[in-house]
Design a protein around this ligand. Structure first.
Ligand code: AMP
Ligand code: MG
Length: 347
């Protein structure tokens, strides 16, 4: 693990990362969303090592990360008008555009799909590393498959230590939830995974935007194959309390009381307001605040670390406070629903 505090002055480390990638090796690196586990995206064999290190199902495609427009054109068969509009406003940034792939992009990294997810990260370390490698970098989140995504280098180290020769430590990630995936191949833009670029932001640019039916609870297979798997899960079973913010504190107190009645140790991830209401009822080390109620950027940035913080604690179950579904809340609730296996209580 190497701490990168100045990309320019630590050019030798970035060059080393580029060399490892070009030679078919793995490098874990920070982005503005979560940490990624990268390999040469045009080398099927190098990418096989990503699937191996994460234990990732083979039909779950990888996003290709690029440093500039030239790299986009080198892997996309066609950049559609929708994609052009989105790139003009949100790139570089936390958005992944699904486009028809060029022939030479290996089928093994797209899960056999004829499309490829393309993202240009807005993180100096990530972009310098991709430039140094000189090829698009395939990178899923750098966690063991099924676990919460890592938003710190330490979390990467916990999950995949020993399986990557180099982890670049860029400190905690800015957004904390993964990129928004937008299918740009059709007449209308379709959100396949909500993320840091919100539906409201996309609508402002495109007018109309659709949500993949699988995201609104309909019983269909999601178009982003990864979204069908259990994901982001902490070790203890999680239940999400969702509903009116003003009802939360009492709902938590009732549910904690009920679980204590079953002699269960309960861990709580919630707003500072709810946490302060539970002091005295739940031991302090089992209360993890994720930000102030309604502060969606703070909640997004803290949610995965909050889930991971219970890995080593002795709890039978976890309760988490849900948010609204507007703006960043759509991405936060999507991750909480998946982390909980859709176990939730309406309050
Ligand atoms: P991760 O990088 O771990 O956040 O996972 C990448 C996500 O992007 C998964 O949910 C994939 O299913 C999705 N994805 C990658 N490529 C494509 C594609 N060509 N079409 C649709 N979804 C994709
Ligand atoms: Mg992931």
């Amino acid at each position: 693990m190497v701490k990168i505090s100045d990309v320019r002055r630590q050019g030798d480390v970035i060059e080393e990362a580029g060399r490892i990638l070009r030679e078919g090796g793995l490098v874990a690196f920070p982005t503005e969303t979560v940490y990624g586990l990268g390999a040469n995206g045009l080398d099927g064999e190098a990418c096989a090592a990503i699937y191996e290190a994460k234990g990732r199902p083979a039909d779950n495609p990888l996003i290709l990360h690029v440093a500039n427009r030239r790299m986009v054109d080198s892997i996309a068969e066609e950049v559609t008008p929708i994609a052009e509009k989105l790139m003009a406003v949100f790139t570089p940034g936390p958005i992944t555009l699904v486009l028809k792939k060029k022939e030479h992009v290996p089928d093994s990294i797209t899960g056999g799909l004829h499309t490829v997810g393309i993202r240009m990260p807005d993180n100096d370390i990530a972009r310098a590393m991709i430039r140094a490698a000189g090829v698009p970098i395939a990178a899923p989140s750098a966690n063991t498959s099924g676990r919460p995504s890592p938003t710190t280098a330490e979390a990467v180290d916990n999950d995949i230590d020993g399986r990557v020769p180099l982890i670049l430590d860029g400190g905690p990630c800015q957004f904390g939830v993964e990129s928004t995936i937008v299918d740009c191949t059709g007449e209308k833009a379709v959100i396949l995974r909500p993320g840091a670029v919100t539906m409201e932001m996309l609508e402002e640019v495109l007018g109309e935007v659709e949500l993949d039916p699988a995201l609104v609870g309909e019983d269909t297979v999601p178009k982003a194959p990864g979204m069908k798997y259990r994901h982001y899960a902490p070790k203890a079973p999680l239940t999400v309390l969702e509903g009116e913010p003003c009802n939360m504190a009492k709902a938590f107190r009732d549910e904690v009381g009920r679980l204590h009645g079953e002699y269960k140790q309960v861990g709580v991830i919630a707003s500072e307001e709810v946490i302060s209401f539970l002091e005295g009822l739940v031991p302090e080390e089992l209360l993890v605040p994720y930000g102030q109620q309604g502060n969606l950027p703070a909640i997004a940035a803290n949610i995965y670390e909050a889930l991971r913080s219970f890995d080593e604690r002795d709890v039978d179950c976890l309760l988490a406070e849900g948010t609204g579904k507007e703006e960043l809340g759509l991405a936060i609730m999507n991750r909480l629903h998946k982390a909980s296996g859709f176990r939730s209580i309406r309050v």
